[in-house]
Design a protein around this ligand. Structure first.
Ligand SMILES: Cc1ncc(COP(=O)(O)O)c(C=O)c1O
Length: 488
C-alpha cells in the first residue's frame, strides 16, 4: 500500500499546500455575501491564456484538456493552468466539487481498495455488503412511494432499461399474469408481435432522455442527436411553453398547460385506437437539454392523473434534475405529491445510474454485465453524508435565490440581450437574444474564468455543484456582467 499511503499523506497536507500556493486576492467580494471560504476551494478564477490554451489547441470536439489533480472545489483547472469557476460541472454531474477532501479520504482507505479494483457482474455476483451500501446510499433518498432501486451505468442505459420494465409490466397487466404464451416466445425471436408487441412510450416536444435507440426515440431536443438513426413510431405530446415573468402571465400559462394536458390525453387515445397503445409516459421535471423549460406542479399532477386514468406507467427522468440542485434531492418533490411516479431514473450527480421503481415494476428480465458499479455507491454514500453534514440543500436554496435575483437584475440592465430568467435552486437558466450572441457570451465568459453551458436554441444554463455558495454567485455575476457589457 505504499503508493496509497503517499496519496493519503498528500491529502493530509492539502490544506497547508492550498494556503501556501493560493493566497491571491479574489476579484470580487460581495458585501451582501461575506466570503466564508471553503478550505478546499480556490479564491477565485485565474486565467493565464484564452481557452483552449496552447496545450489544448486543435482538439476537435473536446473543449480543452483538464488537470483534475489541481482542480479543487468549484474550480476546474486546465492543462494551461487556467483556473475557471465551474458553473457547468461536467454537464451537471459533479455533486460536491472537485477533489472534495471527504471523497479523497474515502478513496485512500485501504479497506476500499478491493471495491475499486474488482468490478463485479452485479446481477449475478454482488459483493456481500452491496445491499447495505444501497441502503446507505440510494435507498436513503428514495422518492416517495418507492423502496426499490435498480442500479445501472449511465443515464441512457437507466432510461433504456426503465422503458423495458414499463413494457414488460404493461404486457403482464394485459395477460393478467406473467407467463408468456408459446406464440409470444416464438414471435419475439423474429421481431414480430405479439412477442415483440406494438407498444409505445409517450414523450414530450423538447425532451431529452439520452441517445441510445429507445431513448433517442423519446428525445426531441435537437435534430443533430437523431439524424440518420432509425426510430420507433412513438407519440410525442406538447410540453408547455411558459411566458415570463410568471406572475404576469398566470392566466395564459394555466391555459397553455391545460392545452398541453388535453393534447396529451388525445394522443394517448389516438395511439390506442391505432393499435400502438402508450405503455408509459416519460418526462423531465425541468426539460434541461431542451432549453430549461419549466411547468407548474399542477401540470405534473394533471399528467400523473392522465397516466393513471389510461393505465400508462409514469416515468420521471431525473437524470439531470436529481441530486439536490433544485434545493431538494428530487425536483419532483416540488410537486408535493405522495405518489409522484412509477419510475424515477437518475445518474449524473448520483454518480451511478439507475432507477427507482414501484414493486409492480419488478426488473426480473432487466440485466446486463455490470448493472452499475459498487465503487460509485461507496462514493455516493459519502457525498450524501457531506450533503447532510453541511446542509447543502439549504445552501443551494440560498445560493439559488441569490443567483436568480442577480439574473433578474442583469435582465433589467440588459433587456436587449437577456430574457426569461428562471430556475429552481441553483438549477437556473436565462435566454439570450440569439444563438450567435449566446455562443459568443459562453466563449467570452470562459476566457474570463467562468465555465457555463448552453441548452435549447439560445439559453444559458447554470449547473454549479452543491457547494456553490453565495459568494461564488457574486464572483460569477460580476464576471457575467463584464461579459454582457462587452455585448451591449
Ligand atoms: C434528462 C436526461 N436524461 C438522460 C440523459 C442521458 O444521460 P447519459 O448522458 O448519462 O446517457 C441526460 C443527459 O444529459 C439527461 O439530461
Amino acid at each position: 500500500f505504499s503508493q496509497n499511503s503517499d496519496f493519503f499523506l498528500r491529502i493530509l497536507t492539502l490544506k497547508s499546500e492550498l494556503k501556501k500556493k493560493f493566497t491571491c486576492g479574489c476579484r470580487y467580494v460581495s458585501k451582501a455575501a461575506p466570503k466564508t471560504q471553503l478550505e478546499y476551494d480556490y479564491d477565485g478564477p485565474s486565467m493565464k491564456t484564452s481557452v483552449p490554451g496552447p496545450r489544448s489547441q486543435n482538439v476537435g470536439a473536446v473543449n480543452f484538456f483538464c488537470n483534475y489533480e489541481e482542480s479543487r472545489g468549484n474550480y476546474l483547472v486546465d492543462v494551461d493552468n487556467n483556473r475557471m469557476l465551474d458553473v457547468y460541472t461536467q454537464i451537471s454531474s459533479i455533486p460536491i466539487g472537485y477533489n472534495h477532501p471527504a471523497l479523497l479520504k474515502l478513496m485512500a482507505n485501504p479497506n476500499h481498495l478491493s471495491t475499486l479494483v474488482n468490478r463485479p457482474a452485479l446481477g449475478i455476483l454482488p459483493p456481500e455488503n452491496f445491499p447495505d451500501k444501497l441502503t446507505e446510499s440510494l435507498l436513503s433518498v428514495s422518492p416517495s412511494g418507492m423502496t426499490r432501486v435498480q442500479t445501472m451505468a449511465c443515464g441512457s442505459c437507466s432510461n433504456e432499461n426503465a422503458y423495458k420494465a414499463m413494457f414488460i409490466w404493461y404486457r403482464n397487466k394485459e395477460r393478467g399474469h406473467n407467463m408468456p404464451s408459446d406464440e409470444d416466445v416464438s414471435t419475439c425471436m423474429i421481431n414480430k408481435a405479439p412477442g415483440c408487441p406494438d407498444l409505445s412510450i409517450l414523450s414530450f416536444n423538447g425532451g431529452f432522455h439520452g441517445r441510445t435507440m429507445g431513448c433517442l426515440a423519446t428525445t426531441h431536443s435537437k435534430a443533430i442527436h437523431k439524424l440518420d438513426v432509425p426510430s420507433f413510431d412513438w407519440p410525442m405530446a406538447p410540453f408547455p411553453r411558459l411566458q415570463y415573468p410568471l406572475e404576469e402571465f398566470t392566466r395564459e400559462n394555466a391555459q397553455e398547460e391545460a392545452r398541453c394536458l388535453e393534447e396529451t390525453e388525445d394522443v394517448i387515445v389516438k395511439w390506442r385506437q391505432k393499435g400502438n397503445p402508450v405503455a408509459g409516459i416519460v418526462i423531465e421535471p425541468i426539460q434541461a437539454e431542451g432549453g430549461d423549460n419549466h411547468a407548474s406542479p399542477d401540470f405534473f399532477k394533471g399528467l400523473r392523473n392522465i397516466a393513471r386514468k389510461h393505465g400508462c406507467a409514469f416515468h420521471v427522468d431525473e437524470v439531470q434534475t436529481g441530486g439536490g440542485a433544485t434545493g431538494k434531492y428530487w425536483a419532483h418533490e416540488h410537486w408535493g405529491m405522495d405518489d409522484p411516479a412509477d419510475i424515477v431514473s437518475f445518474s449524473k450527480k448520483l454518480l451511478t445510474g439507475g432507477y427507482y421503481h414501484k414493486d409492480e415494476l419488478q426488473p426480473y428480465r432487466i440485466f446486463n454485465t455490470w448493472m452499475g458499479d459498487p465503487s460509485k455507491n461507496l462514493l455516493l454514500a459519502e457525498v450524501l453524508n457531506v450533503i447532510r453534514r453541511e446542509n447543502l440543500l439549504e445552501e443551494v436554496t440560498r445560493s439559488g435565490k441569490a443567483l436568480l435575483n442577480g439574473l433578474y437584475d442583469l435582465q433589467a440592465q440588459y433587456p436587449g440581450i437577456l430574457s426569461r430568467a428562471r430556475g429552481q435552486g441553483t438549477f437556473c437558466a436565462i435566454d439570450i437574444c440569439d444563438d450567435a450572441t449566446r455562443n459568443s457570451i459562453l466563449l467570452k465568459a470562459r476566457d474570463k474564468g467562468v465555465l457555463l453551458g448552453g441548452c435549447g436554441d439560445r439559453s444559458i444554463r447554470f449547473r454549479p455543484a452543491l457547494i456553490f455558495k453565495e459568494y461564488h454567485v457574486h464572483i460569477f455575476l460580476n464576471i457575467f456582467n463584464d461579459v454582457l457589457a462587452e455585448h451591449k
